[in-house]
Design a protein around this ligand. Structure first.
Ligand code: GLV
Ligand code: MG
Length: 343
């Protein structure tokens, strides 16, 4: 099977080689802003220290006649702002749009030294990543950049989900993948009209009580349980990312007022392996920070297990619960994340 190495050919002259291993940087919330909106752009310097990632969005939610203004706005904001430890990402327009090429050329040329990650929407296969990869290498070499810009794919078409493994493996530039539930719903012809989250119609109902001996069925109300529309895709994305050492993310949650459902959705993603989610509004920043940082009591428990397990082999009982090599590894994940976030 061909690997990312077979596809990635750095330019002979001048291009920085992408890292084989992406160093950990917190990215619990990828906070979206519209750089063409002057009021929003003016808040960026104050917002930067509050978030792990600031993303200047050029794609959907930016109207066609404002694409150039958004691109120019991002260049000005990036030049004028000291982002400190906060990462600067952008979401460029999709590769089948008339704007993607100019987005990449302008941003890498003008602010490539400030840009950490390019998020590419509607990725359908490894070929989309290879295209961006080669173009970035050329533009970086021309601009004399010393640090490679990484690539993040949005999983938001049925074809993309079918190809998620090859997308994750497509380049050493791959930083991670986000679920894009809104476009994915449209691509799959789902009958929903929302951005992420659950749906009251997607449920299972408990069985009616048994009518032994042919009695009349009871009309007592039966409990229903709402199911998670995104479980399958998130699990598939997490497996592909874990197998190729890149990071998985929940994407947008559009019902800004429903902070409870947002927190539930983010927490499910966290428990399944995601490291962050998009925040579309300041109220979602704190939710993401809380959810995607391991809870102190979970970290304390994990440290207790690690301590009790010594070299990590064998089995011990703690509070009546069996711990072994596998729980030791789970605890290492929790502690490792807590330690990395504390640095
Ligand atoms: C995000 O871009 C989505 O389509 O959900
Ligand atoms: Mg989308």
């Amino acid at each position: 099977m061909r690997s990312a190495k077979d596809f990635f050919r750095p330019l002979a002259v001048g291009a920085p080689a992408p890292p084989r291993e992406v160093p950990f940087r917190p990215s619990r919330m990828i906070h979206f802003f519209d750089p063409g909106n002057e009021k929003m752009a003016a808040k960026v310097p104050a917002l930067a220290p509050q978030v792990d990632v600031l993303l200047g969005n050029l794609e959907d939610a930016v109207a066609a006649d404002r694409k150039e203004a958004a691109r120019a706005g991002l260049v000005s904001v990036a030049r004028a702002t000291d982002f400190g430890a906060t990462q600067l990402w952008t979401r460029v327009n999709s590769l089948d749009s008339p704007w993607a090429l100019d987005d990449l050329v302008t941003l890498v040329t003008e602010i490539g030294d400030k840009l950490d990650v390019v998020m590419v929407p509607k990725v359908e296969g490894a070929h989309d990543i290879h295209y961006v990869d080669r173009l970035l290498a050329q533009l970086e070499a021309r601009a004399g950049l010393r640090r490679p810009i990484l690539v993040h794919a949005i999983l938001e078409t049925a074809a993309g989900v079918a190809a998620v493994e090859e997308i994750a493996a497509a380049s050493p530039r791959m930083q991670g993948i986000s679920l894009g539930p809104a476009d994915l719903a449209a691509s799959r012809r789902m009958k929903t009209t929302r951005v992420g989250g659950g749906h009251p119609g997607y449920l299972v109902r408990e069985d009616p009580p048994p009518t032994f001996g042919g009695g009349t069925p009871s009309d007592a109300p039966r409990v229903t349980y709402q199911q998670d529309l995104w479980h399958y895709t998130i699990a598939r994305m997490v497996d592909a990312c874990a197998a190729h050492d890149i990071l998985p993310y929940y994407g947008p949650f559009g019902d800004i007022q429903d902070v409870t459902a947002c927190e539930d959705q983010f927490r499910n993603a966290f428990l399944l392996g995601c490291v962050g989610a998009w925040s579309l509004h300041p109220v979602q920043i704190d939710i993401a920070k809380r959810v995607f940082s391991p809870a102190p009591e979970d970290v304390a428990w994990a440290r207790q297990v690690i301590e009790a397990m010594g070299d990590g082999t064998g089995a011990v009982m703690i509070d009546g619960k069996m711990q072994d090599d596998a729980t030791f590894k789970q605890c290492q994940v929790v502690v490792g994340l807590a330690d990395a976030l504390a640095e």
